[in-house]
Design a protein around this ligand. Structure first.
Ligand code: N01
Length: 543
């Protein structure tokens, strides 16, 4: 570990402005964090790289981008007035609507005056003497704050694999995670798309309907269940709004923080006919609750394969060419990678203008000036879409040169994988908090309630410190070690370890393979956080 303190770039003066709290990121986490802290009387400032608020929904504007959690649940609950007044139009909200919602929240709570846009944070350094953070943005400007909160998102650092030749490609290329604001018209174009994760599953049907030809480069086929998206029935919305507290309370009791119908039954103790009926019912209902059919699906391979086989059967029904259906059928554990929610994905491969290229055995060789080359053959393309995902959970944090006590670099501390206490704090990094950081349930749950829980816990912690006259809080190394072992131990008991997912960091060459999210479920996690606070911040050192 290096103890050398970096020289922060000087811009001719010491930090110009001092805040109680600096929040990095103006997505759903940053917006609520600002609102809550301001309401508690803290002077807070949000620094945001984009030209607008909304985080994920600001950047991911690819065709078909849509949330896979139902809109009435993927929404804030901290303000009943907000949840009563906002009208979602569809079962699953599309990106433009989600972005409008984020902007509405920013306006409704008058947040913009404390949000600094166009400001990419490059470095953050803890100053021991003043027990505060100095935060530097890419233009060299610096601000200081007693607390620094990283609200930088879990899937916000796009992964563009180092394909040879990208720079020489003569057409246009795009990454789904930073799509042009003005949109892209693929009419009459030959388009290549690399990747078949959620972003590709959503964008492929739409691009295929527009483009002259679409070639899909698939390394690993994915399981997708139908969304059955539809406009929301006003009567349904009225009922939800009338009983929001009950819905939210039920959701808080589930593993994912989503009000789903989770069954307690075991697939292996259910007859094949009954299982088929259950899977069919859930398939017809659509959405992520498909995997809630049996509680042994993510721990017992045989059980898991009953669900996987059901989906493979559906793919064979949807895709006319049996060879193509076979190529599109995943063989790995269902739910090991994030389940995709689709709107016409598999059927898109019945179109005459769509071709699938399997790159599982023969990887993409290079990007040539005119297309994509695989096994010596060039597929000509006017545009390439990289739907190649993200450096998840740690990527956005490690892009910032974060230095803790004694100049300790987070990049060094995490060189063998992320280590945190509760996914909110790290030993060696006083007064720094991460919202939905590695080691918290985050991406395995409905992000909105998870974000709210973190925001409330972190802000209550800061208020607790102010009330008791503390100016420094730091996770102890022992508490962090214990938490990291607990997170790893729980993950190792599930089938989630069995594939090369981004949960494990396996999608990024050289990234340590560590299962990053907390898999013990939302209720258990919340209970632990509450217990830590109730015991006077057990596992933290306050001074
Ligand atoms: O990214 P991914 P994503 N050569 O990592 C392939 C959330 N999300 O942006 O599987 C060839 O899932 C890679 O292949 P493989 C959601 O949590 C949510 O789609 O590694 N292919 C894979 O097919 C999701 O899980 C929503 O073999 C390469 C694809 O690129 C997460 O974001 C919508 C390659 C990447 O898939 C990420 O989804 C969108 C290479 N060198 C996203 N490198 C909703 O709410 C990578 N690939 C619905």
């Amino acid at each position: 570990m290096t103890n050398r303190r970096p020289e922060l770039k000087q811009n001719g003066s010491s930090p110009q402005r001092r805040f109680d709290v600096v929040i990095v990121g103006a997505g759903f986490a940053g917006l609520y964090m600002l609102h809550r802290l301001r309401g508690m009387g803290f002077k807070a400032r949000v620094l945001e790289a984009g030209t607008g608020v909304g985080g994920t929904w600001y950047w991911n504007r690819y065709p078909g981008a849509r949330c896979d959690v139902e809109s009435v649940q993927y929404s804030y609950q901290f303000s009943d007035a907000l949840q009563q007044e906002w009208e979602w139009s569809e079962r699953y909200a599309a990106q433009p609507e989600l972005l409008r919602y984020a902007n509405h929240v920013a306006d409704r709570f008058d947040l913009r005056r404390d949000i600094q846009l166009n400001t990419r944070v490059n470095a953050a350094m803890f100053d021991d003497a003043s027990a505060s953070w100095v935060i530097e943005s890419s233009d060299g400007a610096r601000v200081a704050a007693a607390f620094c909160i990283m609200a930088t998102g879990c899937l916000s650092s796009p992964n563009l694999p180092a394909f040879k030749g990208i720079a020489a490609f003569e057409g246009d290329h795009y990454h789904t995670g930073c799509w042009p604001h003005e949109g892209v018209d693929f009419t009459g174009k030959r388009v290549a798309i690399i990747g078949t994760g959620s972003s590709a599953v959503q964008s492929i049907p739409i691009i295929a309907a527009q483009a002259k030809h679409l070639t899909v480069f698939q390394r690993t086929p994915n399981y997708a269940v139908p969304a059955h998206n539809a406009p929301l029935d006003p009567e349904f919305v009225r009922r939800i709004k009338a009983s929001y507290p009950e819905l939210r309370a039920r959701a808080r009791k589930t593993m994912t923080g989503i009000d789903f119908d989770y069954s307690d039954a075991l697939a292996m103790e259910t007859s094949p006919q009954e299982r088929q009926r259950e899977y069919e019912t859930r398939w017809q209902r659509g959405g992520l609750s498909f995997l809630g059919a049996y509680r042994d699906l993510m721990v017992d391979e045989e059980a898991n394969d009953t669900a996987a086989a059901f989906v493979r059967g559906k793919i064979r029904e949807k895709v006319r060419d049996p060879e193509l259906a076979e190529a599109l059928s995943p063989k790995n554990t269902i739910g090991c990678k994030r389940l995709c929610i689709d709107i016409g994905y598999y059927e898109t491969f019945n179109r005459s203008n769509v071709t699938l290229v399997d790159v599982s055995e023969t990887p993409i060789e290079e990007i040539t000036p005119r297309g994509v080359k695989v096994a010596g053959r060039q597929c000509e393309a006017d545009a390439i879409v990289f739907a190649t995902g993200f450096d998840a959970m740690t990527g956005a944090l490690l892009k910032v040169d974060i230095r803790g006590r004694g100049g300790l670099a987070l990049r060094e501390k995490w060189s063998a994988g992320p280590t945190t206490y509760l996914g909110v704090a790290m030993a060696g990094f006083p007064n720094l908090f991460t919202v939905t950081g590695p080691g918290s349930p985050s991406v395995l749950t409905n992000m909105l309630p998870t974000i709210e829980q973190h925001v409330e816990w972190i802000s209550d912690t800061i208020a607790h410190m102010r009330a008791r006259g503390f100016d420094r809080i730091e996770a102890s190394a022992a508490a962090e070690d214990e938490w990291v072992s607990h997170v790893g131990e729980l993950a190792s008991r599930t089938l989630r370890y069995t594939c090369s997912s981004w949960y494990l960091g396996a999608n990024i060459p050289g990234k340590p393979r560590v299962f990053m999210p907390y898999i013990g479920g939302f209720p258990r996690y919340v209970e632990k956080c509450n217990e830590v606070a109730a015991r006077g911040y057990e596992g933290f050192v306050l001074s």
